[in-house]
Design a protein around this ligand. Sequence first.
Ligand code: KIV
Length: 262
Amino acid sequence: MSTNKPVTAATLMRARQQGEKTVWLTAYDATSAQLAEAAGVDVLLVGDSLGMVLLGFDSTIPVTLEHMIHHTAAVVRGRKHAWVVCDLPFGTYQASPEQAFTSSVRVLQETGCDAVKIEGGVAMAESIRFLAQRGIAVVAHIGLTPQSVKKFGSYGKRGKRNDEKTQLLRDAQAVDDAGAVALVLENIPTELATEITAAVNIPTVGIGAGSDCDAQVLVWHDLLGISESNPPFAPAYADVRKTMNTAIARWVADVKQGVFSI
Ligand code: KIV
């Protein structure tokens, strides 16, 4: 899209209707927000992936609302016009629509972001409706939902079996009917993502879900090659880890050899 007008949920819907792809990227601080925007990213997702890529947890389960608020506020300070979405972390919305509302209010008031994202389909539809009816923009997330890793036991592809496929189609329909403004589809077969994209009325955002989705999202550290290893569906477009390693090692060597003189 790349205009300087603020991106809104309506902008994303219009782009879908006009067949224009939108670009989402995770961001966790003001600098990454500025860099992503300057490169034409439309939506900055403050994913709870920050628990793994920034904070060293082995899953997203330990991430708290305070972590999300801290990082989302920084992203909002760095952005000029991108739409900023904050993940509600595990345990801060699943108990009830009221809990989801209370957590969303904190996130929106304390960070200035534009939308919240929650994982789940049919099971979260009542909460999504509750939030949408109260004026909150909600992005839903189905397929591989990392907050349920303890239930599924892995980060593998979802929707390969027929029963899973039927359930994911139901999930997509349910969150659309409930008033979600966009739908993330993570690590599901391309054909299923294509079918869901055709079936729903809201923009779909793929990650490991093929190229027919209305938008694509990647995790910052995966895209830039900062992660130690990437999931198979997340290509690295650079080798920033190596660049950083080399720079740090050169400086360490210069200091140790006494040739760093500034
Ligand atoms: O937490 C996250 O970064 C996400 C994206 C992978 C969609 O949810």
